[in-house]
Design a protein around this ligand. Structure first.
Ligand code: M6R
Length: 348
């Protein structure tokens, strides 16, 4: 009935298609080796959902030892960032036409940076001004709320970071692991799990989405999706930061979603969200871990399918893409065309 649900259903296939395209066409291998030489820092720049993809990219590139920072494009252009010929700037834009991102590219180029664009639209402006383009193979994304493009952008960051790690074994492994997700992700199963939560969302005044590290990024992206198409007040937050002020907002009308896909940090996040529960909040845990989900005091649970732990950001965002969609439709809105918004923002 709407493009948004069609596009969410395409996610498993686009992860496969994007990965297959990179392995078949040797997209990264075809960029001259000299381009990658001497890079001393990496800056990732974008807006909205694409910025959230950068935050995951930042985790992945930092893990392999690159000094990496993400910027919101509209902030980057006024921040006088330190850039030289050894700086790689990666710009992410589904449309390739976002004005703030295009301005940021011009600034980075004037300062002598090496530039890469990650985009879904190969005829767009970004493809004409960056040194190299890394495509995502999503097909047209029509709904204003970006879903499959986000998963495509993450896929490219996974491939890029493993390529730059200069470890051929890890590079081949990520290509294999990504391709297998196609069989692991069951959209219908996740959709069945989130349907009872539509009422819980509608019954609450405030929704928080929390997590740590990459789960925090999933919280940010999930909360953007929910507010964008349902107009419900929702905040994505680092779970450890709630106690520094924001927890005072929590009461009986609060719903908290906790993302727990990092085994080592699981108990840390559980401890924090239990504190919100003791202040009246209802709690929904989104996790693949059975030992976390057996806790009978959790009000709602969403079980993610098992996959290699480092790939969970690709899967953990799906429940909230679906929940946002179903809540929007239940409220009688058109999820494809939220108020006050356009698909690409071509003005500053
Ligand atoms: O086309 P872009 O990726 O450059 O667009 C950036 C943002 O405007 C976009 O991601 C926006 O945040 C989405 N509507 C969110 O769903």
């Amino acid at each position: 009935p709407f493009y948004m649900i069609k596009e969410i259903n395409e996610v498993p296939q686009i992860i496969y298609n994007t990965t297959n395209y990179y392995s078949k066409n040797k997209v990264l291998e075809n960029i001259p080796k000299g381009f990658w030489k001497g890079i001393s820092r990496i800056k990732l720049i974008a807006c909205g959902t694409s910025y959230h993809a950068c935050l995951i990219g930042e985790h992945l590139l930092s893990e392999i030892g690159y000094d990496t920072t993400s910027y919101i494009a509209s902030e980057f252009i006024y921040s006088d960032p330190i850039i030289d010929k050894n700086t790689l700037c990666v710009f992410v834009s589904q449309s390739g036409e976002t004005a703030d991102t295009l301005s940021a590219i011009n600034i980075a180029k004037q300062k002598g940076a090496k530039t890469i664009g990650i985009t879904n639209v190969l005829t767009s402006t970004i493809t004409k001004i960056c040194d190299y383009i890394l495509p995502i193979k999503c097909g047209a994304e029509i709904a204003v709320a970006s879903t499959k493009a986000y998963n495509g952008q993450l896929t490219v960051f996974y491939i890029l970071s493993k390529y730059l790690s200069n470890n051929i074994k890890n590079y081949k492994k990520v290509l294999n692991d990504l391709k297998k997700l196609n069989k692991i992700i069951d959209i219908k199963n996740i959709e069945e799990q989130i349907k009872p939560l539509v009422k819980a969302v509608l019954d609450s005044n405030t929704v928080f989405m929390v997590g740590r590290q990459t789960d925090y990024v999933t919280s940010l992206e999930s909360s953007l999706k929910l507010k964008e198409i349902t107009y419900i007040n929702c905040q994505g937050y680092a779970s450890g930061e709630l106690k520094h002020g924001t927890i005072s907002l929590v009461d009986n009308n609060t719903l908290v979603f906790a993302y727990i896909t990092n085994k080592k940090l699981a108990n840390k996040t559980i401890n924090v969200v239990k504190q919100t529960q003791s202040r009246g909040a209802k709690l929904c845990v989104v996790s693949p871990f059975d030992d976390i989900l057996t806790d009978t005091t959790i009000n709602y649970k969403i079980k993610l399918p098992s996959c290699p732990e480092y790939l969970y950001p690709l899967i953990a965002v799906l429940p909230m893409q679906l929940l946002s969609y179903h809540t929007s439709v239940t409220l009688g809105y058109n999820p494809d065309k939220p108020r006050n918004l356009a698909k690409s923002i071509t003005v500053e």
